[in-house]
Design a protein around this ligand. Structure first.
Ligand SMILES: NC(=O)c1ccc[n+]([C@@H]2O[C@H](COP(=O)([O-])OP(=O)(O)OC[C@H]3O[C@@H](n4cnc5c(N)ncnc54)[C@H](OP(=O)(O)O)[C@@H]3O)[C@@H](O)[C@H]2O)c1
Length: 334
């Protein structure tokens, strides 16, 4: 057997929260990392604060603003040109959540911005890198050990997008629901701002975008057999103190972590969330297709991850096929 090549993992959004805390475990497991962010300068400065010089040598920084589909195309082109070895594992982590907007922010292509960043940007990135990841080496080197590794895509999902869980039914402002997808069908440009074509609800726009993330996992898993690639999602727990909540009222930011720590017991530290993401994206025990991994909504010490039941709104074949095909059109792949 020839000399194995070091495993290469790509992750989006490493300037804070879960993404930032996923870097250390990935590097500890022996991976070489491509960190995708909208500012390389900021991403490098922030990574340097928590990583050693020798860890920094194993990270490459690529600048992509996921809200801009042209930027995603250029960034993927740069990745394909720059890295001789294919990527083994992709982690779609970056996201925006702006629940207090009165009117939608628009991406450079004119789409509602949280859908553009969280779903469209990642959808295009995955599709542009799919052939590359499918061609990746079957045996990689991790910390000097040769490991058999099947290509993998891991997407950050969330409880609020899953109607099967209590957290997915919270009516503030409404549970995630793509409805008849008329917003997507009608081009998703102004004045349309929601996938279902209805009135703009910023908190729901985020939940819908995460629902689309989870639908993408299900649909991709049908298109690409588990013998070739593993595609799954996870809910790392409620990481109630990340910058994701930066646009919520200060009182919410103050009370939410306390509420999650002491009342619901759903709180997970950023460090533990990062560890969970790194594990799901790289360890053999999580190499099961179309699974939504969760550790539950009440954290218990030593609890093992399990396959969380998903709502019909995510697994319904008709919805997932339509969402996938409409997204292909909207991002310019069809
Ligand atoms: N926090 C939770 O409780 C929780 C629970 C379930 C799931 N999740 C999921 O976990 C993931 C990470 O969330 P987090 O809590 O760690 O949030 P966070 O601290 O706000 O991190 C979000 C990351 O996304 C990046 N990002 C935002 N807009 C971008 C753009 N246009 N292009 C490229 N990158 C962009 C941010 O970069 P900038 O610094 O440039 O803004 C940042 O690095 C998300 O997918 C979220 O939905 C979080």
């Amino acid at each position: 057997m020839g000399k194995s090549i070091k495993g290469l993992v790509l992750i989006t959004g490493t300037t804070s929260g879960v993404g930032l805390n996923t870097l250390k475990p990935l590097l500890r497991f022996g991976w070489e990392v491509i960190a995708v962010n909208r500012s390389n300068k900021r991403a490098v400065e922030i990574a340097q604060k928590s990583l050693t010089d020798s860890e920094m040598k194993n990270i490459h920084f690529i600048e992509i603003d996921l809200s801009d589909l042209d930027d995603v195309r250029n960034g993927c082109y740069e990745i394909l040109k720059k890295f001789h070895n294919p990527i083994n594992s992709i982690i779609c982590n970056a996201a925006v959540y702006k629940p207090r907007l009165r009117k939608p922010e628009r991406s450079p292509q004119g789409f509602e911005n949280s859908m553009a960043v969280n779903h469209f940007g990642h959808f295009l990135l995955i599709n542009l890198l799919l052939d590359n990841i499918l061609s990746s080496e079957k045996e990689i080197d991790l910390n000097g050990r040769a490991i058999k590794f099947k290509p993998r895509i891991t997407v950050l999902g969330t409880v609020t997008a899953n109607y099967s869980e209590l957290g997915g039914r919270i009516p503030i402002p409404a549970p995630a629901d793509l409805g008849n997808l008329s917003g997507f069908k009608n081009g998703f440009l102004s004045p349309i701002s929601m996938a279902n074509g209805k009135k703009f609800k910023p908190g729901k726009a985020y939940k819908d975008s995460k629902l689309c993330n989870m639908v993408t996992v299900q649909e991709l898993s049908k298109k690409y057999p588990k013998e070739r690639i593993i595609i799954n999602s996870l809910y790392p727990g409620c990481v109630a103190d990340t910058k994701l909540f930066r646009d919520t009222p200060w009182l919410f930011r103050f009370l939410f972590p306390i509420f999650q720590k002491f009342i619901t017991k759903g709180y997970v530290s950023q460090r533990l969330a990062g560890e969970r993401v790194a594990q799901v994206a790289t360890l053999e025990e999580y190499a099961k297709p179309a699974v939504h991994w969760s550790w539950g909504n009440r954290q218990k010490l030593g609890r093992k991850a399990f396959s969380q039941k998903l709502s019909k709104r995510i697994i319904d074949s008709n919805i997932s096929r339509q969402t996938y095909e409409l997204t292909r059109k909207l991002v310019g792949l069809a």
